[in-house]
Write a protein that binds this ligand. Structure first.
Ligand code: 2NL
Length: 337
């Protein structure tokens, strides 16, 4: 009897172990533990045993076998359930990478790159970055820069006027700034010298777009005001900037020129290592009238200023043929830089 019980138990355990699915396990469970199972049959045959002692031992063995079968069923059930869940999770997994393009890493626009590098270099030379409004008053944009009403230089600027009339302003006296110089005027009015600032920013002129002009472009202007600032400081700063931005093999030169807001005025050129000269921007000693407009006494303070185009700089640096390319949204162009 005990051998039969052990055999029935081992056969049951082997079947449980081999059950391939939860459904089949559940069918197996009713068969093994049901009234017509082998162990149940053996149990009901206990009465036929000869001695009480034998009945007791066989009864205990059957109960232990049934408990072992029941425990094995539970274990197999949770193992099959875990497998089924894992299989279902794998089957229902949504691979979103198949429908979403892998997002490539973008980069700053060509002009932004140049703008940020210029800021870095000027900060390295001891300048601070100044900002101001893009919508300006006629006074800050022209008058304070020694270009009174009717000054011929105003005509060069093809100004974009706004209908908006500032409080206390005359009609037609609100403009989109044609240069970032008004930022320097505002700085002079706000803080005492020493002033060492650069003002990068977006500027506007009524130009028809072509290979070298855009109605919206970017400029960076510098302003230094302190006691005893001379043209030598200007030339030295331009040279230090040239080497820091373009490389030690580059040099710079100043050529006499004219601007209403500086006196004397100069163009500044840089020389490539191959000897070629490129015109970069303008500069000069701040005109006494401009210092006065900024609330400073020209007998006490002197300064220099310079300005150049950021877009042109990016264009030269990367050999872009047409400025309009820089403002197209053609990714084939944008991705080259
Ligand atoms: C150019 C020339 C220049 C300035 C800008 C300036 C500003 C103040 C006072 C005096 Cl507040 N000058 N700015 C001076 C000389 C030249 O820019 O060709 N820019 C693209």
């Amino acid at each position: 009897m005990l051998t039969e019980i052990a055999a029935a138990r081992d056969a049951a355990l082997a079947e449980i172990d081999a059950a391939p699915s939860l459904d089949e396990l559940s069918a197996l469970a009713s068969r093994l533990t049901g009234k017509r199972g082998r162990l149940a049959t053996l149990k009901s045959g206990l009465g036929a045993l000869a001695s009480v002692e034998e009945k007791k031992r066989a009864g205990q063995a059957v109960n232990e076998a049934l408990a072992a079968v029941s425990a094995a069923l539970d274990a197999r059930r949770s193992s099959l359930a875990a497998d089924a869940l894992a299989e279902r999770v794998a089957r229902e997994r949504l691979d979103l990478t198949e429908v979403t393009a892998v997002p490539g890493r973008g980069h700053a626009h060509l002009v932004t790159q140049a703008w940020e590098r210029l800021e870095d270099v000027f900060v390295g030379l001891g300048f601070r970055i100044a900002e101001g409004p893009e919508v300006e008053t006629d006074w800050h944009n022209f008058e304070a820069l020694n270009m009174g009403e009717g000054h011929p230089a105003r005509g060069e600027f093809d100004t974009l006027f706004l209908d908006h009339v500032a409080p206390g302003g005359a009609p037609g006296s609100t403009v989109l700034r044609t240069h970032t110089s008004p930022v320097q005027i505002r700085t002079m009015l706000q803080q005492r010298p020493p002033i060492f600032i650069v003002a990068p920013g977006r500027v506007f002129r009524r130009d028809t777009p072509d290979a070298t002009h855009m109605p919206v472009f970017h400029q960076i202007e510098g302003l230094v005001v302190d006691r005893d600032i001379t043209m030598a400081d200007l030339a030295g700063t331009i040279e230090a900037f040239t080497k820091a931005f373009f490389g030690a093999e580059f040099t710079s030169r100043l050529r006499p020129s004219y601007f209403p807001f500086t006196e004397p005025s100069a163009e500044f050129d840089i020389q490539r290592p191959n000897g070629e000269w490129i015109e970069l921007g303008g500069c000069g000693m701040v005109h006494p009238n401009v210092l006065r407009a900024g609330g400073l006494d020209p007998e006490e303070w002197s300064g220099f200023a310079f300005g150049f185009g950021i877009d042109r700089m990016a264009k030269e640096r990367h050999g872009v043929e047409d400025l309009r390319e820089m403002y197209s949204d053609d990714l084939r162009f944008v991705r080259q830089f």
